[in-house]
Design a binder for this molecule. Structure first.
Ligand SMILES: [Zn+2]
Length: 349
């Protein structure tokens, strides 16, 4: 019990007394008429516990830390993650500190931690555990051999990196990391993201885009688009059909009509340079050029600043035949602050 791994890496360490009390008194997995309900194989499993008396407690403490990292599901959600699936995730995550995690120990640790448990009909030996389904899916895919790795981290549990680091340090024989402080949740509102998700139920190309986008978020294939700019950037990062671009433009056009105060679109900077110019007889100056990707990605937006005495000009233009038809610069902004909006009437139903 003196092992650093048994001290609770993400919170108070679970005590032996807590663990024993759960096997006696828990509503679902405590003794029933004096008979154990939980065994090594899980709920109502015949298999007795097989303790070795050496690493049992450390292993239970580590399993508790994995479950703690996964965070409780909201009370509004019924427990939905199978203990059997969780036991594999815990096993992969804890390797090599814990090479085998039994179904029974996973359920035991979950109960000791106070996570909600449910026995579905036909439960067999597996119970459903009230941890975040999204968070678990993320962790499982990060640690499972041959899993498809998440490409974005919006579902990464807050304690994931700390626990991984702490275990890696223990493996290397280094002393423990500083105590983990759970970050205060930041209220990150994302009105554009929320709006786009809500378009799933319509019946047009915007709903097709919204469905693809929602699936991409759910499966962590890409990050959250807080703004139309981010949606365009994500769109260029992932594979898509050529037609899909039309739905992106339509969605942005509708968003900007729905929310007139929405910021115009800016795109990613791709290059540029500045060089001195000897001038036209009234002294030297500079010529600066900045390049951005055009919205469709096939051309450029070019910003030019001539700062030569007697010849000062600031100009921005769309160097793309397609985008010149589909986008226009918002009036009243200075050149360095250019912003684009879709040409009105672009919305296709
Ligand atoms: Zn273009």
């Amino acid at each position: 019990m003196s092992s650093p791994l048994a001290q609770g890496l993400l919170g108070e360490r679970v005590s032996a007394r807590q663990l024993i009390a759960v096997l006696d008194d828990h509503d679902l997995i405590g003794l029933r008429d004096g008979t154990p309900v939980l065994g090594e194989g899980g709920y109502l499993a015949e298999s007795p516990w097989s303790f070795n008396g050496k690493t049992d407690f450390i292993e239970l403490a580590l399993i508790t830390d994995v479950l703690r990292m996964l965070m409780p599901a909201s009370d509004a959600t019924a427990p939905e993650v199978s203990s059997y699936s969780l036991k594999h995730t815990a096993e992969w995550f804890l390797r090599p500190h814990c090479s085998y995690v039994s179904n029974g120990r996973l359920i035991w640790a979950a109960a000791a931690l106070g996570l909600r448990l449910a026995a579905p009909d036909e439960a067999g030996s597996n119970l459903l555990v009230g941890v975040s389904e999204r968070g678990h899916d993320y962790v499982r895919r990060m640690v499972s051999p041959g899993g498809s790795r998440p490409q974005a981290d919006h579902y990464r549990p807050a304690g994931f990196t700390h626990l991984q680091t702490a275990l890696a340090k223990a493996t290397a024989g280094e002393s423990a990391t500083a105590r983990w402080v759970q970050p205060t949740p930041v209220d990150q509102t994302a009105p554009f993201h929320d709006w786009l998700i809500r378009q799933v139920d319509r019946d047009d190309i915007i709903s097709d885009l919204a469905s693809d986008y929602a699936a991409g978020i759910r499966l962590s294939h890409h990050r959250i688009a807080h703004t139309p700019d981010e949606l365009l950037a994500i769109f260029h990062e992932i594979s898509h059909s050529p037609e899909a671009y039309d739905s992106v433009v339509s969605a942005i056009a509708e968003w900007m009509r729905t929310v007139p105060s929405a910021a115009p679109v800016r795109t990613e900077r791709t290059g540029g340079d500045a060089h001195g110019h000897e001038g036209w007889g009234a002294g030297a100056g500079t010529i600066e050029r900045v390049e951005y990707r055009c919205p469709c990605g096939d051309g450029e937006i070019i910003e030019e600043h001539d700062n030569v005495p007697g010849f000062r000009e600031h100009d921005v233009r769309l160097d793309c035949d397609r985008c010149r038809v589909e986008w226009r610069f918002v009036d009243g902004r200075d050149v360095r602050n250019w912003g684009l909006e879709p040409v009105v009437g672009r919305v296709t139903v």
